[in-house]
Each structure stands twice: as C-alpha cells, then as structure tokens.
Design a protein around this ligand. Structure first.
Ligand code: DP6
Length: 397
C-alpha cells in the first residue's frame, strides 16, 4: 500500500549564501569546476531558507519533485547528478559495511518537495539553498554523513558554500575529476556577531540573463575574467580570509566592494556585454560611497550578484542610520507593507548634514523592501514531523 514507514521521510532546511569573492566561470561544465576560488557569508535561515522533504517508499513508481508548489521535471541534468552521486555514495557505504545504512531505501524511488520562505520573484539566488537542501536531505534519508559539498557543487556551483554556516570558502581545486573542488568553513557564524546583512530588494522590471549561461559567455570572450581568475582572486582570497579572521570591517568591506565591481566589470567585458546593475543599483553604490565619505571611514559595503539587488554589509551599531538613509533616498510606497523585514531595526534620526552629504535625487519605489539578517548556520534537520512537506500518501500536503 501507499503507507510509508516513518523512518523513510526526512525534512531539512538550508541557507542562502552571498559571495564576497565571486565565483564566475567554469573550467568544466559537467562537474561544475570553477576557474577561481570564492568566499561567502551564509545568511541566517530565520530570514532566508529552503525547506525540503524527501520520502522513499516501495510504493513509489517514479522519482518525482515538486518545487514551490509545482511539479517539475526530475530529469533535469543537475537534479539527476545529485541523485546519482548520493545513491553512488550510499551504495559505497553499504559495500564498506556501514551498519547505520538503511539497505531497503536504496532500491526505492524518492519523492522530493521543496519550498522557499522568501519569494522567488525577489530575485534572490535560490539555487544555492535549493541544491544544498536537496543534497543534505537526500544524504539524511540514505544515512550518509561527512563531506557533501562536492555533490552540492554538481547541482549549482554556489550551492557547495551553502553546506556550511558562517564564513565559507570554495577552494577551486586542481584535479580534473573535481575531487578537490570543495567548500570549507573559514569561521563559524558565531565569529562576528556584530556583522549585519541587509538585502535591498530592487523592484526589477525584467529577468536578467542566468548565471550559468552568462559565465559561459564570459569565459569564452572576456580576457579581463581570465586575468581576474589567474592574477587577482588568489591574492584576494588570502586577504579576505585574514580580514574575516581579524574581524577587520574596513578591510572586509573594501575588498567586498572591489570584488563585486570587478565581477560586474568582467560582465561588461563579456561580448556581447551583460548588464546586471540597473539605475537603482548604481544609486545604491553612490549612496554607500557618499555615506562612507561623510563618516570618514568605511562603514558599509555593497555587493551584487547576477541581478540588481544590493546586499549590504554593515556593523549593527550603524544599521539604524543607514536604513534611514536608504528609506529617504528610495521613498517606499506609503500604502505598501513593511519596508524593513527580518531582524528588527531601531528608529534613528537622519541628520540634515548626512542628507546633504549624500545629496542624491530620491528614487521613489526603487527598492521594494529590505531584509535585515546576519550570518547563520548551515543545513539542519527538522525534527518536528508536522513540518514534513509530503503527506502519508507521499504527495505534497
Ligand atoms: C554571481 O552558482 O548560480 O552569484 O554553477 O552555473 O549554477 P552555476 O552558477 P551559480 O553562480 C553564482 C554566481 C554569483 C557569484 C557567486 O555566488 O559566487
């Protein structure tokens, strides 16, 4: 019958990450091997996370997957890579005689159901959290422990960094088989508690070109990207790791902005060029630099991925004033919902001096809302069975 054994259903959550040294470009498309190492901060799952339930049952006819309420094609090559690699590892553990391994489930089909706690429309890269959660949950179902970032990487490059909390590096590796292209925690999420992260959700008018095809064109056409990967990133990885370890905000912030700018420069150097930053993004960049100049120190940093949303790094004590400045120069829709979501932000006064120092023309509704968050932990198992996304019939609840 369709009734499932309780032990064959697991629900997990996984985080989004934001790179401060960017990954852009592959040396191997199938294995997803990058042309440079990268470093990211894992965002807290209270604000941004993917939840995935995986069930196995002898009654299931086929592997199936539902993403954000809609059934998707399980034959997607990257989903197949993750399933294949997890099953391969499970079989290996069995032949190695791991007693913790559940024999029966390996021959069964899987049902996968996954949801995000943030709107996909917000344009936040959800493939990293999605593939990290898929791989982590599958591993739990099949009783596999240990290194999993090499499998998550084969779902989406940036997903390997979402397998750990805090500050994470993806070491590019040298081998052709990719066995040494793995993520590693640099510092845990507790390392720098004063660090805050603000996601400025820009009201995007159209969907930009995806990272996978964008970086392909960049590798083929941009000699700036080649120079960056070979001669710039190696030094920056060392500097960034040290800045994080020392909790040196000014050094961390400056490198973050320079690396984001260089990534977008490689996009402009791509032929035909790729534009991810729009006029709202450019206004945010100006605002941050004028804010920093006014205070005579680097208090805020921006970074942008393959879309117009800005992610801001700032120390807790400066958040209220900075948010006031953003709200002043991007006046939100007055009838709309909350402008600031996530971690609460105290109210602050905005001085006339600071307004004058920034001196930009306000852009009404340029930013829809801000998500206020911090660094957070890696993937977690959800113990409460009420949270399973699949019912006892193996279908989405
Ligand atoms: C700009 O990981 O989405 O966000 O490996 O093709 O799935 P694929 O690409 P993806 O690229 C992320 C690019 C980036 C920078 C970064 O996260 O490092």
């Amino acid at each position: 019958h369709s009734h499932m054994d309780k032990s064959n259903i697991v629900t997990c959550t996984a985080p989004v990450n934001i790179a401060v040294i960017k990954y852009w470009g592959k040396r191997n498309e199938e294995l997803i091997l990058p042309i440079n190492s990268s470093l990211s901060v894992t965002l807290h799952q209270d604000q941004l996370k993917t939840t995935t339930t995986v069930a196995t049952s002898r009654s299931f006819q086929e592997d199936r997957i539902w993403l954000n309420g809609k059934e998707e094609d399980i034959n997607h090559p990257r989903i197949q890579s993750c399933l294949r690699e997890i099953r391969r590892l499970a079989r290996k553990r069995r032949s190695d005689g791991d007693p913790g391994f559940d024999l029966t489930s390996l021959s069964h089909k899987v049902h996968i159901c996954s949801v995000n706690n943030f709107p996909t429309a917000a344009g936040l890269a959800s493939s990293a959290a999605g593939f990290a959660c898929l791989v982590y949950t599958l591993a739990q179902v099949f009783g596999i422990e240990g290194e999993l970032s090499g499998i998550a990487r084969q779902g989406s490059g940036s997903a390997c960094r979402s397998m750990y909390g805090g500050f994470v590096q993806w070491i590019m590796g040298q081998k052709d088989d990719g066995k040494d292209s793995l993520a590693q925690q640099v510092e845990p999420e507790t390392h720098w508690p004063e660090l805050r992260i603000l996601v400025l959700v820009a009201s995007a008018e159209r969907k930009p070109i995806g990272s996978t095809s964008g970086m392909q064109t960049s590798v083929q056409t941009s000699c700036l990207l080649k120079h960056r990967a070979e001669s710039v990133v190696p030094g920056r990885m060392v500097e960034m790791t040290e800045a994080v370890q020392r909790k040196d905000f000014a050094a961390f912030a400056e490198l973050t902005m320079k690396d984001s700018n260089q990534f977008h420069a490689t996009c402009l150097d791509t032929y035909p060029p790729i534009f991810y930053l729009n006029n709202v993004s450019q206004q945010v960049i100006s605002l941050v630099h004028r804010y920093n100049r006014h205070h005579g120190e680097t208090r805020a940093a921006y970074t942008f991925d393959a879309g117009p949303n800005a992610v801001i790094f700032i120390l807790q004590q400066h958040v209220p004033e900075f948010v006031q400045a953003v709200q002043h120069f991007f006046p939100p829709e007055s009838n709309g919902g909350q402008f600031i979501k996530g971690l609460p932000v105290n109210h602050a006064a905005l001085s006339e001096e600071l307004k004058r120092a920034i001196g930009l023309e306000p852009m009404p509704k340029g930013i829809s809302y801000i998500i206020s968050t911090k660094a957070g932990p890696g993937p977690c198992v959800v113990e409460d069975p009420a949270q399973h996304l699949l019912g006892s019939d193996g279908l989405p609840k």
